[in-house]
Design a binder for this molecule. Structure first.
Ligand SMILES: [Zn+2]
Length: 224
C-alpha cells in the first residue's frame, strides 16, 4: 500500500516539476506579424509593437483577421508613430490594455517601475515624408538583461550608433543601408530587417546575423 502512495507521490512530483519547467522557459519570444508589427512575450507580459496597424495600408503587408482576435488581454501596445501602416486608432479602440505612442511618451518610460526586469528608453528620431516631419520615436527595450532595439520608420543613426551591445536590432531597410553607406557601425549581435513590401526582394549578400522578415508569423527566440 505504501508503495502505491509513494509511486503516486512521485508521479505527482514529476508533473509539478515539468509544469514548473514549462512556465519558467526563460526566453523572450518575438513574433513578426507584418510591417513593423511585433508581438513579444516572456510568458508573463505581452507587448505589441507597431500593432495593430491598418492591414495593407500604403501597399504594405496585410495580415489575417485572426491576429486581431488573438491579441492577449491586458497587453501593452507601443507605437513608434501614428502612420496607418504602424497604427490604427480604430482597431485600438476595441482593445483593453495600456497604449503608448509619441503623445504619451513620458508615461512609457515609467513602465519599468511596474514590470519586473523590464525597461524602455525612447529616442526621438526623424521621420520625414515629402518634407513633412512626423513625431516619431525609436525604442531600446531592456528585458531580462537583453537589449532589443526598435527603429520604426526612421533612417536616423544618431542615437542608434551610440548604443552598445544590442542583442537584437529591428531595423527597416533604409536605416540599415544608411549605416552601410555612412560606415556607421551598429553594435548589434543580430538584426531583424522589417517593414518590407510584400514580395520585396533584398539583393546582395546577406550577413549571417541578419534575418529578413518577410515571412509573417516567423518567431525569434531570445534565451536569457
Ligand atoms: Zn511612417
Amino acid at each position: 500500500m505504501t508503495n502505491f502512495y509513494q509511486k503516486l507521490l512521485l508521479i505527482f512530483t514529476i508533473i509539478c516539476f515539468s509544469n514548473f519547467g514549462f512556465s519558467q522557459s526563460n526566453e523572450i519570444k518575438i513574433k513578426f506579424i507584418g510591417n513593423c508589427g511585433l508581438y513579444m512575450t516572456d510568458g508573463e507580459n505581452n507587448f505589441y509593437i507597431d500593432f495593430p496597424y491598418k492591414s495593407g495600408a500604403h501597399k504594405y503587408m496585410e495580415y489575417d483577421k485572426s491576429e486581431i482576435d488573438n491579441i492577449k488581454d491586458n497587453a501593452i501596445f507601443i507605437f513608434t508613430h501614428r502612420h496607418s501602416d504602424h497604427y490604427s486608432a480604430k482597431l485600438l479602440k476595441k482593445l483593453t490594455g495600456q497604449k503608448f505612442d509619441p503623445w504619451n511618451i513620458n508615461e512609457l518610460e515609467n513602465l519599468g517601475e511596474t514590470i519586473p526586469n523590464f525597461g524602455i528608453q525612447a529616442f526621438q528620431t526623424s521621420h520625414k515624408v515629402f518634407g513633412v516631419s512626423f513625431k516619431h520615436f525609436s525604442y531600446l527595450i531592456t528585458w531580462h538583461g537583453k537589449k532589443i532595439y526598435i527603429s520604426g520608420d526612421t533612417g536616423d543613426l544618431e542615437d542608434l550608433s551610440k548604443i552598445k551591445n544590442i542583442d537584437w536590432a529591428f531595423v527597416n531597410p533604409w536605416i540599415y543601408m544608411n549605416a552601410e553607406n555612412e560606415k556607421v557601425k551598429i553594435d548589434a549581435k543580430n538584426f531583424g530587417m522589417y517593414h518590407l513590401y510584400p514580395n520585396q526582394e533584398i539583393n546582395g549578400e546577406i550577413p549571417e546575423n541578419l534575418i529578413i522578415l518577410k515571412n509573417q508569423g516567423e518567431i525569434i527566440t531570445i534565451p536569457y
